[in-house]
Design a protein around this ligand. Structure first.
Ligand SMILES: NC(=O)c1ccc[n+]([C@@H]2O[C@H](COP(=O)([O-])OP(=O)(O)OC[C@H]3O[C@@H](n4cnc5c(N)ncnc54)[C@H](OP(=O)(O)O)[C@@H]3O)[C@@H](O)[C@H]2O)c1
Length: 254
């Protein structure tokens, strides 16, 4: 069941990679709780506009912002401008990510860099750029990093991806410690396997059947399952939770 009260009304949220998949579902869930949601995307403006319409249909307000989280200077400029335009920032969700898969022995430096700069450095860039704005939000300030079950258990063919997601957990705990004295919380959500474009591309049918056998709840998750977890962590109910990894994985890892 979706959290539906308006516990986030008056809050401004930035969700990276929110044009599709999990990021979009997080944006909608925050919108449902009354937040103004800024939908960041890399290239798919059509999808970002459609996500913004979904946030508004859910009861929130929305804006879109294109920037590449891997580009440090672009992130700094964009977040500064967004803070001015929207009168601050209370919630940052670092969701943008790429899955570049391949066996370790054949993995190129370029593939490694692409994974790390998007998934791990991307979250560092946005968090650093947003920190001043979040400090002004005081005890409403929330950072939520979308890591992955494979960041805690590894996965053959995903060494770089898993390393980037494990790194994100370290970033989460350090950020939580640094900002706790100002009442700001920083947590991670570690989804298991969730039905999105990413899994459609990287999870072939044969592997899917094997995977289902390992998931106690017996099904692949929905993006909305992660959206609801984020809407909880972003709200007043989660004010005393920081530095944690919330697993949304059907029991795949426990
Ligand atoms: N799906 C899963 O099973 C699963 C499980 C665990 C964790 N996760 C994590 O959850 C997050 C979302 O995954 P998803 O499955 O929803 O992925 P997805 O369907 O592939 O969507 C990726 C989103 O990220 C955006 N994006 C990609 N690179 C970007 C960049 N450099 N700068 C800004 N935005 C960028 C895309 O924007 P455009 O539309 O403009 O391309 C899109 O909105 C990722 O961090 C992923 O690692 C996913």
């Amino acid at each position: 069941m979706a959290l539906s009260d308006k516990g986030l009304s008056g809050r401004v949220a930035l969700v990276t990679g929110a044009s599709r998949g999990i990021g979009r579902a997080i944006a909608v869930a925050l919108g449902r709780r009354g937040a103004k949601v800024i939908i960041n995307y890399a290239s798919r403006e059509d999808a970002a506009r459609e996500a913004a319409a979904a946030v508004e249909a859910a009861g929130g307000s929305a804006a879109i912002a294109a920037f590449d989280v891997a580009n440090s200077a672009a992130v700094t400029d964009a977040i500064k401008a967004l803070g001015k335009e929207h009168g601050g920032l209370d919630i940052l969700v670092n969701n943008a990510g790429v899955a570049v898969n391949g066996l370790l022995m054949r993995f190129s430096d370029e593939q490694w860099q692409k994974t790390m700069t998007t998934n791990l450095a991307g979250a560092f860039h946005t968090t650093r750029a947003a920190a001043t704005l979040l400090l002004r939000a005081k005890e409403h300030g929330r950072i939520i990093n979308i890591t992955s079950v494979v960041g805690e258990m590894g996965n053959g063919g995903q060494a770089a991806y898993a390393a980037s997601k494990a790194g994100l957990i370290g970033l989460t705990m350090s950020t939580a410690r640094e900002l706790a004295s100002r009442g700001i919380t920083c947590n991670a959500i570690a989804p298991g396997f969730i039905e999105t474009d990413m899994t459609a591309e990287h999870l072939p049918e044969a592997q899917r059947a094997k995977l289902l056998e390992q998931i106690p709840l017996g099904k692949i998750g929905r993006a909305e399952d992660v959206g609801d977890a984020a809407a909880f962590l972003a709200g007043p109910e989660a004010a005393y939770i920081t530095g944690q990894v919330l697993r949304v994985n059907g029991g795949l890892l426990m």
